[in-house]
Structures are given as C-alpha cells and as structure tokens.
Design a protein around this ligand. Structure first.
Ligand SMILES: NC(=O)C1=CN([C@@H]2O[C@H](COP(=O)(O)OP(=O)(O)OC[C@H]3O[C@@H](n4cnc5c(N)ncnc54)[C@H](OP(=O)(O)O)[C@@H]3O)[C@@H](O)[C@H]2O)C=CC1
Ligand SMILES: O=C(O)CCC(=O)C(=O)O
Length: 482
C-alpha cells in the first residue's frame, strides 16, 4: 500500500456516506499500486440516493438557467485548469497513456462548459393553433431523476457527458460509475459538491453493476436511464426499461470498419489505422477492429502497418514515452488472449498479441494484427475491446462497402481514399452513426452528436445540443383568451 492511498465515500443528499464494504482500486500498470479504497453501495444506498434526488428535484427543476450554468461552468473550468494532475490520476486508474488521459480530462472540462452554455439556451416553440384565437406553446421540462451507468474506458469523459446535460436541463442524478474506475467519477463528484451543487441534486453510488446497477434500473423513483457499456447488458437494460416505462438511452459496442482504398495515401491510411485500432489500448467502442483493404494496396499496407504496430511502445501508462498502456484488468486481458488464440485458428497469420511481462506487474499485451481473415469469422463478428484488429482483403469499392455494412453493429465507420466519389458514396451508404473520411474511427468532438445504429445504440443521441432530446420531455400547451 502506498502513501497516496485514500478512502473514498459515496455522496448521498450532499453528505459523504462511507459504506461498510469497499473495493480496492488498482493501477493496471502496476498492480502493487493500490490507489484507494472506494465504498461499495447496496440497494439501501440506492434507495437513499433516489429519495435525496426526489426531494431535491422540485427546487432544482425551478432553479433556472443561471444557477445551472454557474455550477457547470465552475466544474468545467476546474477540470480544464487541473487537467494535467487529474489526467495523471486517470492514467494511473484506467491505464490509458498520460497524453490520452489529459486529453480526456480536457474533453470532460469542455463538455461541462458546453452544457453550461446550453443551460442558457433551452428554447421552446410558439406556434399559432389551427383553430382561431388559440396559441400553442411547446416547452421542455426535465425528465426527473436520471440514473447514469458508465463504463471504465472513458472514466471521466463519459460521466461528464451524461452528468452535465442531465443537470443543465434541470434533472437530478444518481450516478453509478464502473467498479473498476470509480476514482474519476469521484473527482467529478467532489468538484460538483465543492462548487455548491445543492444537496441531493447529484448523488454518487459506487459498486458493482450486478447489485447497484440493477437496483438503479429497477427503482420506481428513477424516471430515465442512460447507459454506456457492453451490448449484452445494454440490451437487457433497454428491455427492462421498456417494461417499466422508463425513458432509456443505451450506447453499446462496435465492430467498426475502416476501409482502405487503392487510391488512399498510404501514410494517412497507416496513421489512421494505427490510431483507430490500437491507441487507448483498443479499448474504445469506436475502435477500428476491421481493416477492409483493397487488393492493390493490401501488401504494402500490411507490411507498413505490421512494422509500425510492432514498434509501438507498450508500457506503464504514467511513463510519457509509452504509446500503448496496459489492458484495464486481468479479466479483459484474458478475454483478449482468448480471441487471439481463436484468431490463430481462424486467420491465415497473427502478428503480435503476446502477453508481456514488463518491469512492473501489470496487464500488458502486445498489439495484435490478424491477417488473411474474412468477415464471417468470429473475430470479425464479436467486439474484442483490446488492441487487436483484422485485415480483410476486398476486390473493389462495392465489396468494401458491403463488408463494412455486414455487421450487427453500426457505431462508427471510416474510409481512407483520395477519390471524392468513393468518399461521398461511402458517407451516404455506410450504416453507421458516425463516418470518418481519412480520419480514425475513434476520437470524436465534444459538441456534436455521438451514437450509432443497429446493435450499437438505442434511444436518443448523446452529446451536443441533441442531448436535449433525452434529458427533457416536451409539453404542448394550448392557450385561449377564454
Ligand atoms: N461501449 C463501450 O464504450 C464499452 C463497451 N464495453 C464492452 O463490454 C465488455 C465488458 O466490459 P464491462 O465493463 O464488463 O461492461 P459492462 O456492460 O458490464 O459494464 C458497463 C457498466 O454497466 C454496469 N453493469 C454491469 N452489469 C449491470 C447490470 N446487470 N445492471 C446494471 N448495470 C450493470 C457496470 O458495472 P460494474 O462494471 O461496475 O460491475 C458498468 O458500470 C468489454 O469487453 C467491451 O466489449 C465495455 C466498456 C465500455
Ligand atoms: O472515440 C471516442 O472519442 C469516444 C469513444 C467512446 O465513447 C467509448 O469508447 O465509449
């Protein structure tokens, strides 16, 4: 145990509430480094959080835009001012590189600032009625109490992009972060608390999804659920919320295609694929896991990508020379290694993919490239969520587009090409919520909608001004002079 180890509590009704159970938060780059003990909530804690949120809701819903703006703006400013310190903490907790973690922290700060502005811009509609002497007004009201369930792979940005719009539009929040990475959500909680968030408006309940998450989903006092995570859990949550008549938004996995055409600039294609497939240790729902490469460029592409991939430095997330941090935990690493073993049977060849033993005890894996694969293989159907990508060779543009769309997912899709017709046709016909031309499939802006189609997403889009659709409900009023 190190000196920096802390003991962190949940926040219920504006009070820090330690539980009798806690969980050790472990650094995946160095499993001897215990970051702290984080309280584990239970169903009673969830009850208390929901009761606090319900009693705070009328005043917060009526608080008006200035108070909401000021709170979110203050949190955003502090995240930006402290992005390096908080970013290093994120790298230590989750394992992405310091540069990526500082970038993610800045993104969380920008998200809070963006929704501070949006709190001032909640607009309605005034329309004439089709009947004489009647006015119609369409206004937006908060949904109520929202339960937010977040994953470990963006431990500060995803809580930020759910919490900030929820509060901006006048909702009260119960947040359950991933049990692997509660520390970053705790940082946001501490900032909201210190910058004067009224008691009960925001509540933090840490602990496992199987107990705390389930209690949030089932709770009759929660009006809406926003979830990001695996496809299986997301689908079950959407079904349960449908049955319970709760508003729901689920963001799940991807099997994102990156098409490389013969006319692509090879350097652009290599940098785009390296980033999209392997950066952030491949632990992004937007990662490019299927590299669909046209025959004429295939051999040069494979040669250059293999060379660049094997040169990537895997190591301690806190070492600034590291390019690929560790996998988040032993379970995810074991799952990646199982897929790599499967690839040894399915693909013609596998480059990399070994477990690495480095100086510190951590969950290190060499990036893996699967060659000579086809789109029907399991490695090309299931989300792996590690630094692993397949190459699928195709004859022409039509085949590339058909392979890109032949998946149950539809989150992000990309194409590397210098041909405007290919770029435009791909943009129009690819079945994905986000399309990238000569850019990695991962790494998105904070002020525009984020989300997918088919098995990747269900419900209204997240982020940007489109977030208003999920976090508000519309009321249509008819007014006659009488
Ligand atoms: N789309 C994305 O961004 C992400 C996708 N994934 C995918 O999911 C796989 C597994 O990762 P994992 O972290 O286990 O993803 P999960 O879907 O299990 O976790 C996401 C969040 O949901 C919670 N949760 C889990 N089970 C339930 C439940 N029954 N009811 C309510 N909440 C629940 C988790 O809690 P807790 O973890 O605390 O128990 C966590 O907060 C990855 O390998 C990857 O394929 C994972 C993370 C992000
Ligand atoms: O690619 C990004 O910038 C965001 C990815 C993301 O939200 C996720 O992996 O959950």
């Amino acid at each position: 145990m190190k000196d920096s180890q802390v003991s962190q509590a949940n926040l219920i009704g504006g009070e820090w509430a330690a539980s009798s159970h806690s969980r050790s938060n472990i650094n995946p780059s160095d499993t001897d480094d215990v970051i702290g003990q984080y309280s584990s909530a239970d169903a009673d804690t969830v009850d208390a959080a929901v009761a606090a949120a319900r009693s705070a809701f009328p005043a917060w819903a009526a608080a008006g835009p200035q108070a909401r703006h000021d709170l979110l703006d203050a949190v955003g400013s502090e995240l930006l001012a402290r992005k390096e310190e908080i970013g290093r903490f994120l790298a230590r907790e989750e394992g992405k590189t310091v540069a990526e973690a500082i970038g993610e922290t800045a993104r969380a700060g920008q998200v809070f600032k963006f929704f501070a502005g949006e709190a001032l811009r909640v607009a309605g509609d005034a329309q004439p009625s089709v009947r004489p002497d009647i006015d119609v007004e369409v206004t937006r009201e908060p949904v109520g109490i929202v339960g937010l369930i977040t994953p470990w792979n963006f431990p500060i940005a995803i809580p930020a992009w759910k919490v900030a719009p929820a509060l901006a539009y006048g909702n009260c929040v119960v947040l359950k972060p991933a049990d692997l990475t509660p520390g970053c959500a705790h940082v946001i909680t501490e900032l909201l608390h210190r910058h004067g968030c009224p008691p009960g408006v925001f509540n933090l309940v840490m602990g496992p999804g199987s107990t705390v998450g389930e209690a949030i989903i089932a709770h009759p006092g929660i009006d809406a659920i926003s979830f990001t995570g695996s496809a299986g859990v997301g689908a079950r949550i959407a079904e349960t919320c449908g049955r319970l008549r709760k508003k729901v938004q689920v963001e799940m996995g991807g099997k994102n295609p990156m098409v490389v055409m013969d006319d692509a600039d090879l350097d652009t294609a290599i940098q785009t694929c390296l980033n999209g497939a392997f950066f952030s240790t491949g632990q992004r729902c937007t990662a490019s896991s299927r590299l669909i490469v046209q025959r004429g460029i295939h051999d040069a592409f494979v040669e250059a990508l293999s060379r660049e991939m094997t040169a990537l430095k895997v190591g301690d997330a806190l070492d600034t020379t590291t390019q690929i941090g560790p996998v988040v935990d032993e379970r995810q690493l074991a799952s990646n290694l199982d897929y790599i073993e499967l690839a040894r049977g399915e693909a013609d060849a596998v480059i990399g993919g070994e477990r690495l033993e480095l100086e510190k005890p951590g969950f290190y894996q060499a990036p893996a490239l699967f060659l000579g694969t086809d789109n029907g293989m399991r490695i090309n159907r299931e989300e792996i969520f590690g630094p692993c990508a397949s190459v699928i060779e195709v004859a022409d543009f039509d085949e590339a587009l058909a392979v890109a769309n032949d998946t149950e997912f539809g989150l992000s899709a990309g194409i590397c090409t210098t041909n405007l017709k290919h770029a435009n046709t791909f943009r129009r016909h690819v079945q994905a919520g986000m399309v990238m031309v000569n850019l990695p499939t991962a790494g998105v802006d904070y002020h525009v909608p984020f989300g997918g189609r088919k098995g990747s997403s269900y419900g209204a889009r997240e982020q940007g001004r489109y977030a208003v659709e999920f976090y508000t409900t519309v009321k249509t009023s008819y007014i006659s002079a009488g």
